[in-house]
Design a protein around this ligand. Structure first.
Ligand code: OXD
Ligand code: MN
Length: 589
């Protein structure tokens, strides 16, 4: 436990509000976790899988109405509405606390209250921060101990400090009409109720490490970003680190764990994963931008993960993993999901727990079925991932899913232009696919659902960071793996071959590759993208030329969309971005 009065007082407050039968402090020991696993199995919260094939693995099912993050029930409760900005749901803190106190009142009666101290980032790092999550869900405990450094070591690191985040969670009645995922940035507090789905309840992740941390970063001069971090080791042994932001469904985990194409492997290239979802970035004493992955696990989407799309992720799930909402194959007590392999399941349960086999008309796994695995399971985890100093970032990469507009890759002219490029990021949606209006969903820096304050102020913070970093600022790039032809087929192979594009980026930041200037930024010459070995995929110099084409008419249309999007932010929009937009418009004539 701890002698930290602030923590102890808060636990007392929470206890008298929620009235649990019992309190269990998570110490982080394997013995305690093992005991909780056994209890969770006895209560039916998780089921042990085949311990020969999947040692240490369990399967869990959420409630049917509770399978994903709920943006419409996610709130930023800053004192002033304009501080939450036009892209967040807002509620006044007093009003929200009032509503939530009623919902939390006595909610843990008959239940155990778990207190999980946790540290986001390596213990002892200047970049790390501590939180305490109180929850009545043992499933949350078992996931949190994979996703963060939990227990006594976090409390020791905190000492007497009051710089910690208060996270309160209860599964309540899983009532989706009273589901609230709420953030109080001025109190460093998160209250979440009536959900048991990871993204809403593992409070260290999206709630703390992005929404609250983005506010802390702004105040304290650092950045919390929805970014993977990877290292590319060239045959000479030198590793260059890249941080990259992509909206959901754009292959972030796949890129973070990329397997180099054969010719690159033979030449001696290696790709190291530092993190797949979140980066905390701070200027180091040497003036450069350094990054840590605040998490210790992957909370990945299972469907579509296979030995071709992401072997490293699949291997990461083969031990000590908790699966949620996938098919339970009763024949051998393992798991299955769409896109895993061609094996047939003859005797299974679908994610809802109903009998299911491969001939069933409905999908067996939920499309957002998940796995929670520790980073140490990943064959390409970077030896630097636990380094308290982090890794130095040389390039920041933005990307989205655009059929025609964005080229395969381009480099921003400078940091300010790069912030503009990040601010106009977007992905095309089809209404059929994900229930959103067809068109471009603008998702600046992939932070739309995760920025804990006014997005316009967030861009201001990015601009200020650039001034602070000066000549040490990483170079900023944009990539698009999703260019398509008239038939809607992708014209770039993607996956491991994306290294060919990252390789140009690495050469560029190391001052070794040339570029041509276009209306939207610097591009490689087609022959600067190494396509050796891609002939069978139909990738020729002409194809690369097509992939790099900038269609000015389409960009002019995009400018209109950006103008509309920017209007939302009124006077708060940084003047620099307004100017960047008008400069782009001029370059497009
Ligand atoms: C995630 C997300 O789960 O971005 O990482 O939704
Ligand atoms: Mn994410």
């Amino acid at each position: 436990m701890t002698a930290n009065k602030n923590v102890l007082n808060w636990i007392e407050e929470v206890k008298s509000l929620t009235n649990p039968d019992k309190i269990v402090w998570i110490d982080g020991s394997e013995a305690q976790i093992e005991k909780l696993r056994e209890e969770a199995v006895d209560e039916g919260v998780i089921k042990p899988l085949n311990q020969e094939k999947l040692p240490g693995c369990y399967i869990h099912r959420t409630a049917l109405n509770d399978v994903a993050r709920v943006e419409h029930r996610t709130f930023i409760c800053s004192k002033k509405e304009e501080d939450a900005g036009p892209t967040n749901n807002w509620c006044a803190p007093d009003e929200m606390y009032g509503k939530l106190r009623k919902l939390f009142n006595g909610v843990m009666k008959g239940r155990t209250m778990y207190v999980i101290p946790f540290c986001m980032g390596p213990i002892g790092s200047k970049l790390s921060k501590v939180g305490v999550e109180v929850t009545d869900s043992v499933y949350v405990v078992l996931n949190m101990v994979i996703m963060a450094r939990c227990g006594d070591e976090a409390l020791e690191f905190l000492g007497d400090s009051d710089d910690w985040v208060r996270g309160l969670h209860s599964t309540g009645e899983l009532d989706d009409e009273n589901r609230y995922i709420t953030h109080f940035p001025e109190d460093n507090a998160i209250w979440s109720i009536n959900s048991g789905y990871g993204g809403n309840v593992l409070l260290g992740k999206k709630c703390f490490a992005l929404r609250i941390a983005s506010c802390q970063g702004r105040k304290e001069g650092w950045m919390a970003e929805h970014m993977l971090i990877l290292g590319i080791e060239k045959p000479d042994g030198k590793t260059t680190y890249i941080a990259a932001a992509f909206p959901s469904q754009c292959g972030k985990t796949n890129l973070a764990m990329l397997i180099p194409p054969e010719s690159y492997k033979k030449a001696g290239y290696k790709v190291w994963c530092v993190g797949d979802d979140i980066a905390w970035l701070r200027q180091g004493d040497d003036g450069r931008l350094w990054a840590i992955n605040p998490e210790t696990g992957f909370f990945g989407v299972a469907p579509g993960t296979n030995m071709k799309s992401n072997p490293n992720a699949l291997i990461s799930t083969q031990k000590n993993t908790i699966f949620a909402n996938v098919v339970h194959n009763l024949d051998d007590n393992t798991v299955w999901w769409e896109g895993l392999n061609k094996e047939r399941v003859s005797n299974g349960l679908d994610w809802k727990g109903n009998p299911w086999n491969s001939d069933s008309p409905e999908k067996g796994a939920h499309t957002n079925g998940r796995f929670t695995s520790h980073v140490s399971n990943c064959p390409c985890i970077s030896p630097e991932y636990d380094n308290p100093a982090g890794v130095p970032i040389s390039a920041i990469v933005f990307g989205g899913r655009r059929a025609k507009t964005a080229p395969l890759v381009y480099q921003a002219f400078d940091w300010e232009h790069g912030v503009f490029v990040g601010s106009i990021m977007g992905s095309e949606t089809t209404s059929a696919a994900i229930g959103l209006a067809a068109g471009v969903r603008r998702d600046p820096m992939a932070m739309l659902p995760f920025c804990g304050y006014n997005m316009a102020d967030y861009w201001r913070h990015w601009l200020d960071m650039g001034k602070k970093l000066g000549k040490n600022a990483p170079k900023i790039f944009n990539v698009n793996w999703f260019r398509s032809n008239e038939d809607g087929n992708f014209i770039w192979p993607g996956y491991g071959d994306n290294l060919r594009v990252l390789d140009w980026i690495v050469e560029r930041v190391n001052g070794k590759a040339g570029a041509v200037e276009t209306a939207i930024g610097y591009e490689p010459k087609p022959e600067d993208i190494n396509i050796e070995g891609l002939e069978e995929d139909g990738i020729t110099l002409e194809r690369v030329t097509e992939l790099l084409q900038v269609d000015k008419a389409l960009w002019k249309e995009d400018v209109n969309g950006i103008k509309q999007f920017y209007t939302k932010f009124g006077d708060r929009l940084p003047e620099e971005l307004r100017e960047q937009l008008s400069d782009l418009e001029k370059r497009l004539v």
